[in-house]
Design a protein around this ligand. Structure first.
Ligand code: VG1
Ligand code: CO
Length: 547
């Protein structure tokens, strides 16, 4: 008779601060290390879900500091809630899109993704837990709110004592009533990508003198990139930079953007620039695309993907519709209109795309925050986006810059920038938003910086599939000079507040498509700062970062 692991109840005090943000619960590692902190949140998830007996669960993440302890704690609580199979990756690492795919592919009841994504890692960095449903998609707001409500009442949880889980090599192990499978997720993922892209063409492209550089920023994508680009596409080993996943990301801030990955902008601007330069974030769901002399704005990237989708094998059957988050530029709308397909505008956060994807209403979607993906999975997918661009380059045999310039020539250019203001005092940030929101109606018709405000609204979304409402999803101000400003507070930070201001100006004048970005948007930035009285509320006269 095999040993059964007996469960026991542990008493604890509830924590009251476990409200998930834009994408899961993110806190400092030091918060997660408080007694019973992770345990109460996991207990709240299981109590809310009431998974069927004998469920399978995908558990894994970006491998950041505290991940291995977390997997052990989760497995011990999962047994007590009837989970009979846990599937994870080597060393507990699963890129977010790969985890989403595994959930669907293995018919799991859901997944616990251990990541704080683009937030820094290490003992003083951040940790996070995100729950994905059986569809592979992020839990909807109604579910995360129910988990939060439950977490505030947890004063006991069930667990057991398992031996240290063997995570360092693939295999299947039995611990009493629990089966643990450690899978080679990179191989599974690469198989999926082979079904979507023209690997032969990309191999030819890379074999004929074209070069790729992919920076994994010492985060989760290193082994995936090696499998896809080197083993299956024949790219040289040294095209993967910082490929070894490290618990502290080797000190990198694993956020692929021109500020945190400025070295890639330098590489793009150097005479040795490879044909395609790309990077992903901590958990592998974001992508940054650069070519000689330029970075492709994520808003343009998704629009260009749509314009060329019929050239990529996985999308030749057509695109049902597309979606973008509200602050993302309207470059995508322009292409969708030309193809006569719907373009949905959702609140920030990937979870809002999930219903649309599941219902087959969209096949492609993206966010300005370097996130793009398609109906092949229910998360954004960093390497998928790089492969999409590589497939395009192999097909068009044109430099990245020419593809972008041609696109602007055809559709006009949405000059775009996000400015982040880090504000230590959360209340000051909230007051700024409240005051601006309260005065919105009065702004319409006012003249600012030579333009008239034509629209001002507090974005409220009704999900077309389940008809749920999400209010206060960002303040938007549109002006008569084809410009738009959006204001919102970040929901992924773990201290203070980050005010995000999104600036967009549409220009469709052939002679004005290659103007310097910062200079072109400077008057709009001044207008945005004046309207929200940023300096008055925060003392800040300039953004902390412009991305
Ligand atoms: C940010 C981005 C948002 C993205 C989210 C999760 O949220 O703006 O577009 O979906 O991060 O991305 P916020 O609330 O900080 O603006 V990831 O790659 O960190 O899971
Ligand atoms: Co991420």
């Amino acid at each position: 008779m095999r040993k059964l692991y007996e469960t026991r109840e542990i008493s604890c005090q509830p924590y009251l601060d476990q409200r998930p943000g834009t994408a899961g619960l993110r806190k400092k590692v030091t918060s997660f290390k408080q007694p019973h902190y992770l345990q109460t949140y996991i207990e709240a998830i299981f109590r809310t879900l009431r998974m069927p007996a004998d469920s399978s669960l995908i558990v894994g993440g970006d491998g950041r500091y505290f991940s291995l302890e977390a997997i052990q704690i989760i497995a011990e609580i999962a047994i007590a809630h009837g989970v009979r199979q846990i599937i994870t990756g080597i060393d507990g690492r699963l890129a977010t899109p790969a985890a989403s795919y595994l959930i669907r592919n293995r018919g799991a009841a859901g997944g616990l993704l251990l990541t704080a994504s683009h937030n820094p890692g290490g003992p003083d960095g951040d940790f996070g837990v995100k729950f994905n449903t059986a569809s592979g998609g992020q839990a909807p707001e109604s579910l995360t709110e129910a988990i939060y409500a439950n977490s505030r009442t947890i004063n006991r949880y069930s667990t057991c004592d398992l031996p240290d889980l063997p995570l360092s090599a693939t295999g299947t192990y039995q611990f009493g009533q629990l089966s643990l499978e450690v899978t080679d997720s990179a191989a599974d993922y690469a198989d999926q990508m082979e079904g979507l892209f023209n690997f032969e063409k990309m191999r030819d492209y890379l074999g004929s003198g074209h070069r790729l550089a992919f920076d994994a920023l010492h985060a989760v994508t290193g082994p995936y990139a090696r499998e896809v680009f080197c083993r299956r596409l024949g790219a040289p080993d040294d095209c993967i930079l910082h490929s070894e996943p490290l618990p502290d990301f080797g000190g990198f801030h694993p956020d692929p953007n021109p500020v945190d990955a400025a070295h890639l902008v330098d590489l793009a601007n150097s005479p040795q620039a490879p044909d395609l330069i790309a990077a992903s974030d901590g958990d592998g769901d974001r992508n940054m695309i650069l070519g000689p002399g330029l970075m492709v704005s994520p808003c343009d990237s998704v629009a260009i993907m749509l314009a060329h989708a019929s050239r990529v094998p996985g999308y030749t059957r057509g695109i049902a519709g597309v979606a973008r988050s509200m602050p993302t530029s309207r470059a995508l709308d322009q292409v969708a209109a030309s193809m006569d397909i719907p373009c949905f505008e959702t609140p920030t956060g990937w979870r809002f795309f999930c219903n649309l994807l599941e219902a087959g209403l969209i096949d492609l979607c993206g966010e300005e925050s370097f996130g793009t993906s398609s109906s092949h999975t229910r998360e954004k997918d960093g390497l998928w986006a790089v492969l999409f661009w590589l497939n395009l380059l192999a097909e068009l045999r044109q430099p990245v810059g020419d593809i972008v310039a041609d696109h602007w020539g055809r559709f006009g250019r949405h000059y775009y920038q996000r400015q982040d203001f880090f504000i230590e005092n959360l209340d000051a940030a909230q007051t700024l938003i409240n005051e601006l929101g309260a005065g919105l109606a009065g702004l319409i018709g006012q003249s600012v910086g030579g333009a008239t405000i034509t629209q001002a609204s507090d974005f409220c979304y009704e999900d077309p599939v389940d008809h749920s409402h999400s209010s206060h999803q960002g303040l938007s101000v549109e002006c008569s000079d084809d410009s738009r400003i959006v204001y919102r507070l970040s929901g992924t930070g773990t201290e203070g507040a980050t005010l995000r201001i999104y600036l967009e100006k549409y220009i469709n004048d052939a002679g004005k498509l290659a103007m310097p970005l910062g200079q072109t948007l400077a008057p709009l930035a001044d207008r945005a700062a004046a309207l929200a009285r940023i300096e008055h509320y925060t003392g800040l006269s300039r953004p902390t970062a412009a991305i």
